[in-house]
Design a protein around this ligand. Structure first.
Ligand code: B12
Length: 470
């Protein structure tokens, strides 16, 4: 049997100019099929110019029996079109979906989009997917497969959710299964993804993590993490994103991980991490150690500078001026600090949103990101916003990318929210020092992106340049 695993080509906000990353989830699934005697290939379509055409061409050369597709919510409409292409190529090919969006919206997918979608796997797939392939091979029925959704005589069935997986039993991700091995990058450096844990202990009501992993935080043995880093380096990674949602949940462990990277001389490449302020607040010595381990990008979800909004979002952030100290400490050790804020909360006024901008400047973030509150399926925030009739787009998931406004606030319309978003995007460039620092840190790559911008969007670049010096 031949299995093709496909990750979505869709990217938002020019993310693909900043980074293109392999889909670690699919590499982990490929490894879980290893002992079943099936041939499995992983295709990262983010690396190809014309994904649809490329996919059809690859189907003709590989001729798979099963095509598995992974997607986030904003990527779903495009993934659906790719699934239609698979069925147009050969209606016998089984199409199965997994990942964040299928996990939170399996019902709608099979009620509305079957065919081309035949099956959905919810949550983690390393046990469920091999069980599905075995059942398919032996023509056994599917009712005993956990977290599996399918259509049986016209009726959509959702098998009960399976247990969270013991990470120590999971095989290392299979990077050899990648069809395209070159082209992954973070700011121009060859890149890969490694996970050291799964899950998050926080309860932010806008986040989809809970639907995937529940409120549990599970850790891999650090020896395995070191082996995984070595494997990624063997595939020529010069930069690694740790996909952990909050790698500072356990600061002691983070210290041990940094020491292990240094001891194994794996600090000759760079790392990007996602952290939280409460974690870093507990360990003021950590940034120096992180820098020694090669960590040079730190992403933190600050969420909001207005305490009422933080309470509304159930975010555990405690925002005081020592956030500035934490950011300064990271920057002092050469770490680029990206901080994201969520705007478009029900109580948000124009003034409250600009408060976040002032705060982002006051704590001197290298890159502030202003993302619009997005009512992802199955999140508490969706239920609450629906009840208050504050969601303006409930179904067109292509816009669920945190860039477009799918909500209004009690004081601002969708149009006003998007106008403010654009203005903030513009205002970020009003700090020439901020831009010059990034240009200095990533000279080659920044010039390449800038040049591409000048060629493709000269007016926009002119607008930013004028704005910078007004
Ligand atoms: C790494 C990451 C990124 C990276 C790269 C992602 C990429 N490869 O393109 C970067 C930083 C670029 C990124 C950006 C964004 N991200 Co992001 N990201 C993640 C993160 C932290 C890790 C994903 C990962 O590798 N997990 C580890 C692997 C092993 O797990 P997995 O992917 O879930 O796969 C497992 C299961 O889902 C399942 N599975 C997955 N696919 C399939 C397919 C089949 C066929 C089967 C059977 C099973 C299956 O089995 C796998 C193994 O168990 C997740 C949160 C998280 N921890 O998962 C958020 C997350 C996926 N991102 C999210 C979002 C919204 C975004 C942005 C849109 C945000 C923004 N606007 O800034 C952007 C869009 C980027 C773009 N492509 O344009 C949301 C998605 C929510 C949703 N409902 O869609 C998440 C869940 C974060 C959150 N807190 O809500 N992201």
């Amino acid at each position: 049997m031949k299995v093709l695993l496909v990750s979505s080509p869709k990217s938002v906000m020019g993310f693909d100019r900043v980074t293109k990353l392999p889909n670690l989830g699919l590499n982990s699934l490929a490894a879980s099929l290893k002992n079943l005697g099936v041939t499995v290939k992983v295709l990262d379509l983010v690396l190809v110019k014309n994904p649809g055409k490329y996919l059809t061409g690859f189907l003709a050369s590989f001729n798979p029996d099963v095509v598995g597709m992974s997607c986030m919510t904003f990527q779903y409409p495009d993934t659906l079109n790719l699934a239609k292409r698979v069925k147009a190529f050969n209606p016998e090919i089984k199409v199965i979906l997994g990942g964040y969006h299928p996990t939170v919206d399996a019902e709608t997918i099979l009620e509305h989009d079957h065919p081309p979608i035949d099956y959905v796997i919810r949550n983690e797939g390393e046990n469920t997917f091999p069980a599905f392939i075995e059942a398919l091979k032996k023509q056994k029925d599917f009712e005993s497969i956990p977290s599996f959704s399918y259509v049986d005589n016209g009726r959509v069935r959702h098998n009960p959710k399976g247990e969270l997986l013991p990470l120590q039993n999971l095989p290392m991700p299979d990077r050899s299964s990648r069809v395209i091995k070159d082209g992954f990058h973070i700011l121009g450096r060859k890149a890969d993804v490694v996970e050291t844990s799964r899950g998050c202990v926080n309860h932010c009501k806008f986040c989809s993590i809970k639907q995937m992993y529940g409120p549990k935080f599970r850790k891999y043995e650090l020896a395995r993490v070191i082996e995984d880093i070595k494997d990624a380096k063997a595939y020529s990674a010069e930069a690694i994103l740790f996909s952990d949602d909050n790698i500072t949940v356990d600061v002691r462990r983070m210290e041990t991980l940094c020491h292990a990277i240094i001891e194994h001389q794996l600090n000759d490449i760079s790392y990007a991490v996602q952290t939280s302020i409460p974690g870093l607040k507990k360990a003021p010595h950590l940034p120096e150690l992180m820098s020694k381990a090669g960590i040079d990008i730190c992403f933190m979800g600050i969420e909001n500078s207005v305490q009422n909004n933080l309470n509304y979002l159930d975010s555990k952030q405690i925002l005081t001026m020592d956030t500035r100290t934490i950011v300064q400490n990271l920057k002092k050790h050469g770490i680029t600090v990206i901080g994201s804020f969520i705007i478009g909360n029900p109580e948000d006024t124009r003034e409250m949103i600009y408060e976040n901008f002032k705060f982002a400047n006051a704590i001197d973030l290298d890159i502030p990101l202003f993302l619009i509150l997005t009512p992802f399926p199955k999140t508490e925030v969706r239920e609450e916003l629906l009840a208050e009739n504050l969601i303006t787009n409930t179904e067109d998931y292509a816009a669920y990318d945190l860039f477009h406004a799918n909500v209004r606030t009690r004081h601002l319309s969708v149009e006003e929210l998007e106008e403010i978003r654009d203005d903030l995007g513009f205002m970020i460039f009003k700090k020439p020092l901020r831009i010059l620092k990034l240009l200095k840190k990533y000279p080659g790559y920044s010039m390449k992106v800038l040049w591409e911008q000048v060629i493709t969007q000269p007016q926009e670049v002119l607008g930013y340049a004028k704005g910078m010096f007004k």
